[in-house]
Design a protein around this ligand. Structure first.
Ligand SMILES: Cc1ncc(C[n+]2csc(CCOP(=O)(O)OP(=O)(O)O)c2C)c(N)n1
Length: 633
């Protein structure tokens, strides 16, 4: 490494000529590949944005000019150019650099995200603030073609187009979201990328006009109309132009000089401008160039020299896989079952479903809100939509769930993948809030399968219900190897299950994978002479009050455990139920604390937060100790 270790910040790039910048680009790619090979991460997007990143940091003056990266997963190059080369080895590691942008990490990180489609709104806010404050810096939002179709991004474009504010949108168009981008806007962008037709026609028209010696007014007018008509048909970027943004491009996003030229041009435009930069996902690294569809994240530690994934211990099937197989089986039985995803076909297993039932799978792109209301329409027309969206991304579709689905009592099924702690992606991706944002919605059913056996049963339960929506949540990755049911029977609606009936010193109520911790805690407590009852509530809504209330009364003390925010989740539901029943019992609610949780290994975070077996054991003992001290005269 010749350049990267020496760079103190983007200003140093100003002194480098084209050859040196080419070397910097190669070093960025090498560093990204080597680091992601060890730590995992978003490989393809950052490799594809290397020249674009260099262009931005040589034309603009960050941090006085504001550069906002949509989502932030493509900004590893930006990290390397903004003083984080030395720390880059800690990418996505506990306590290390985030896989996304973090304002606390660098003054060059102007906008934090993780969820896509937010950059344009934020950039417009910054541009308007600049104007009101009489400042003059540039504001640049870099957004991918996948993120551009998010509802928010389109809402922002609408506002940007009418604002006349000076704002630069850089469309980083690699024709891919995680897999190939879907929909009409990507199709339009594809036409722009190959839009040579208009350029040729434009030249032909100009040639003809220049050769007509005297054009009367009518003739000129006619020519103008023909040109306008022609423009409407094929002018690159006409859609953006019509919306009020000046369209520049398309340019080759791997030709640094071309990128710099278009960005310089953009700086001169007095109003909003969109630079269409065409890039290749995974550019500059053989394995990802060959398989761009797999390049988003390369699936685990790999050998950087070959791209080969390192052998892994054969494990258990993932929850995602189990869900997908169960969905396929359900769809074999019921022709009304359809599957929906929002740009996460691979992540949610809907890709497997789509292979089996291509006509019954809908990938709407990164448009979670649309996915939910689309499901409402499908349900109203007699189909059984199963919406598979990560817990964190479904946050955005809250009102669609409440207003479009639940309010009409529609039997839409929500499969919430990546519920709980997700590990390396960190704070923006933790599935920590779904029970809270769903629990109070009237008519919503909420199931938390505790293991692989229960997941297909949760799906069967949700599909068996016809009078309202049901959601079930399951974790990222592999389970503990519980057997899969051959014919998954629906769970009895609203019924929990006693897992340990050892004694009545305390009632330990758990949901989801923490049931295993609760059972282990019961064993260690028993060994110490404390005898508890452990219940898997299974349903957060409706709660099994017939089971829980008498046991709570008999035990006289309750500890609840969930891998979810302690506020508003399962424990809160139990507290409310106890209060409503007039049971004034001591209760400890164990869950994720009232703060955002950064990246880290799940097991370690659970242990740190007291949510492993040892933590549950300690909580029961503490509760009993405080009761004993209260009882003392
Ligand atoms: C709201 C939301 N849904 C889903 C995701 C998961 N996700 C992360 S990046 C990505 C694809 C982004 O595509 P694009 O914006 O074109 O950027 P590229 O990776 O192609 O550079 C997806 C679907 C997300 N981050 N946010």
């Amino acid at each position: 490494m010749k350049w990267l270790p020496e760079l103190t910040g983007p200003a140093d790039l100003q002194a480098l000529g084209p050859e040196a910048l080419r070397e910097v680009a190669a070093e960025i790619r090498e560093t990204i590949v080597a680091t992601v090979a060890r730590n995992g991460g978003h490989l393809g997007a950052s490799l594809g944005a290397v020249e674009l990143t260099l262009g931005l940091h040589t034309v603009f003056h960050s941090p006085s000019d504001r550069i906002l990266w949509d989502t932030g997963h493509q900004a590893y190059g930006h990290k390397l150019l903004t003083g984080r080369y030395a720390a880059f080895g800690t990418l996505r590691q506990p306590g290390g650099l985030s896989g996304f942008l973090k304002r606390r990490e660098s003054p060059h990180d102007q906008w934090e995200a993780g969820h896509a489609g937010t950059s344009l709104s934020a950039a417009l806010g910054m541009a308007r603030a600049r104007d009101l404050r009489g400042e003059s810096h540039d504001v640049v939002a870099v957004i991918g073609d996948g993120a551009l179709i998010a509802g928010m991004a389109l809402e922002a474009l609408n506002d940007i187009g009418q604002s006349r504010t000076r704002l630069i949108v850089v469309l980083n168009d690699n024709a891919m979201s995680i897999s190939n981008n879907v929909g009409a806007v990507p199709r339009y962008l594809a036409r722009l990328r190959t839009g040579s037709t208009y350029l040729r026609l434009r030249e032909d028209v100009r040639w003809i006009i220049e050769r007509v010696p005297l054009i009367g007014k009518t003739m000129a007018h006619t020519v103008q109309r023909v040109k306008d008509g022609l423009k409407q048909m094929v002018l690159p970027g006409m859609l953006f132009e019509e919306l009020g943004l000046t369209y520049l491009g398309p340019v080759d996003g791997h030709n640094l000089a071309a990128v710099q030229a278009v960005l310089r041009q953009a700086r001169q435009v007095p109003g909003p401008v969109l630079c269409h930069v065409v890039t290749v996902k995974g550019k500059g690294y053989g394995p990802t160039e060959e398989k761009p569809e797999a390049s988003h994240s390369w699936g685990g530690p790999f050998d950087p020299s070959t791209g080969q994934l390192l052998p892994r211990k054969p494990g258990h099937p993932t929850y995602t896989r189990i869900f997908a197989d169960a969905l396929i089986a359900a769809a074999e039985r019921d022709p009304c079952v359809v599957g929906l995803t929002a740009a996460m076909a691979g992540g949610t297993g809907i890709d497997r479903f789509a292979e089996r039932f291509p006509d019954r799978a809908f990938d709407v792109g990164m448009a979670e809100q649309h996915a939910v209301t689309l499901a409402a329409g499908l349900a109203l027309s007699g189909l059984r939509p199963v919406v598979a969206i990560y817990s964190t991304f479904l946050q955005r579709a809250y009102d669609q769930i409440l207003h479009d689905v639940a309010h009409q009592g529609l039997p839409v099924v929500f499969a919430l993948d990546r519920a709980g702690l997700v590990g390396d992606d960190g704070a923006t991706h933790q599935g920590a809030f779904d029970l809270a944002y769903l629990r109070h919605i009237p008519g919503m059913g909420l199931i938390v399968p505790r293991d692989e056996t229960e997941l297909p049963r949760a799906l069967a339960t949700a599909l068996a219900r016809t009078d309202g929506p049901t959601a079930f949540r399951y974790p990222r990755g592999e389970g503990g190897g519980a057997p899969l049911p051959e014919h998954p029977e629906p769970l009895p609606w609203g019924r929990g299950e006693v897992l340990v009936r050892d004694g009545q010193d305390c009632l330990l109520l758990a949901v989801g994978p923490l049931c295993r911790e609760a059972v282990a805690a019961a064993a260690s407590l028993a060994a110490a002479g404390v005898h508890v009852t452990v219940v898997d509530a299974r349903f957060v809504k409706p709660l099994d009050l017939e089971l829980i209330l008498p046991l709570a009364r008999a035990c006289g003390a309750v500890v609840t455990a969930e891998e979810h925010s302690a506020q508003g989740g399962f424990g809160s539901a139990v507290l409310e139920a106890l209060a409503a029943a007039g049971l004034a019992l001591p209760v400890r609610v164990l869950g994720l604390p009232d703060r955002f949780i950064d990246q880290g290994k799940r097991e370690r975070i659970l242990a740190e937060l007291g949510l492993d077996a040892a933590g549950l054991d300690a909580a029961v003992r503490q509760l009993r100790a405080s009761l004993a001290s209260l009882a003392r005269p």
